[in-house]
Design a protein around this ligand. Structure first.
Ligand code: PBG
Length: 324
């Protein structure tokens, strides 16, 4: 039992201890862009989210800015897919067009672009398949070259942060070298250092139209059963030159977030509350099973664990509530 004197102490302490305050500036909104004009296409698996054509995206990002959101993460749905995902590094590619369209907003905005191949390849894997083993194994060397090309193309089109999400060994170094050689030494890399082969990506894969045709991504994403793999993966990415780190998913990986923050306190840490986490909470709230404050609670948990910024499909909704 807590005695009254102690209770008083706790009240005093309440004023000096830091509470987590949600702030729109620490939330990142993921956005899906597709080629064309005049498109705002609902994503059935992600209620409240849309695929936007670059022209329509601008108005939506203005709305986000008005709510206080300052960071967005772009995913592209290309016009065509091929073996090598070549639509990802066209000057007229979907991300490149979106970046050009958002150019006027860049004073107030940080545009992060996802660099990966799963949306761009016809097999749906995150790079070039190794010729001898088609079961989802990547040719790491060829994939790193492709990733560096895509990253450079994003930087040339105006991306402010390059976020490689493929978990391919060597990708951070390959991107850093390529960017530095081409005058983009100032562009930071936000590496998906620890990305688990998670079952919580389902709604996203439908949204980004990047479901692997065969096999899965376990050969390059982390196995969530392993206790210590996060350490190897983060150390490697930091050594290769990652400026910021990402843990994905978020809610079931709070221990990983916490340990990375302790190991690298000075490196900005992002965490991605992924589509499945969003869908679960969203559905439960709309069914009246849990209170909508559970949304804020889920985010505060991620910040309390040590994340500096959270990528979340709730960004707009929460930012709007914070403003009221
Ligand atoms: C891969 C990628 C994935 C997500 C974002 N980028 C996952 C995957 O299919 O491996 C998932 C994000 C989410 O579920 O919200 N480029």
């Amino acid at each position: 039992m807590i005695r009254p004197a102690r209770l008083r102490t706790r009240d005093v302490l309440r004023n000096v201890l830091t509470d987590i305050q949600l702030s729109a500036s620490k939330l990142v909104s993921p956005l899906f862009v597709r080629m064309g004009t005049g498109i705002k296409k609902e994503i059935p698996t992600l209620p409240g989210h849309f695929q936007w054509s670059p022209d329509m995206l601008v108005g939506h990002v203005e709305t986000l800015l008005n709510c206080g959101i300052q960071q967005v993460l772009l995913f592209g749905i290309p016009e065509y897919k091929d073996e090598k995902g070549s639509a990802s590094y066209l000057e007229t590619g979907v991300i490149q067009e979106a970046l050009k369209a958002l150019e006027p907003l860049k004073n107030d905005l940080v545009i992060i672009t996802d660099v990966c191949f799963c949306e761009y390849t016809n097999h749906g894997h995150c790079g070039q398949l190794s010729p001898c083993e088609s079961q989802g194994r990547l040719d790491m060397e060829a994939t790193c070259d492709m990733i560096a090309l895509q990253a450079l193309s994003h930087a040339q089109a105006g991306s402010q942060v390059i976020a490689p999400s493929g978990m391919v060994d060597g990708m951070v170094a390959a991107i850093r070298t390529k960017l530095d050689q081409n005058g983009f030494g100032h562009i930071p890399i936000l590496s998906y250092a620890v990305k688990y082969a998670s079952h919580f990506y389902g709604p996203f894969r439908a949204a980004a139209e990047g479901v692997p045709k065969e096999g899965d991504r376990r050969s390059y994403q982390c196995d969530y059963r392993r206790m210590h793999e996060w350490q190897l993966e983060t150390d490697l990415d930091v050594k290769e030159g990652a400026d910021m780190l990402m843990v994905k998913p978020a809610g079931y990986y709070l221990d990983v977030i916490h340990q990375i923050k302790c190991r690298y306190p000075e490196i900005p840490l992002y965490s991605y509350q992924v589509s499945g986490e969003y869908a679960m909470i969203k559905k439960a709230v709309s069914a009246g099973l849990i209170h909508e404050k559970a949304i804020e609670e889920s985010l505060i948990g991620i910040f309390r664990a040590g994340a500096d910024c959270v990528i979340t499909y709730f960004a707009q909704e929460v930012a709007r509530r914070l403003k009221q």
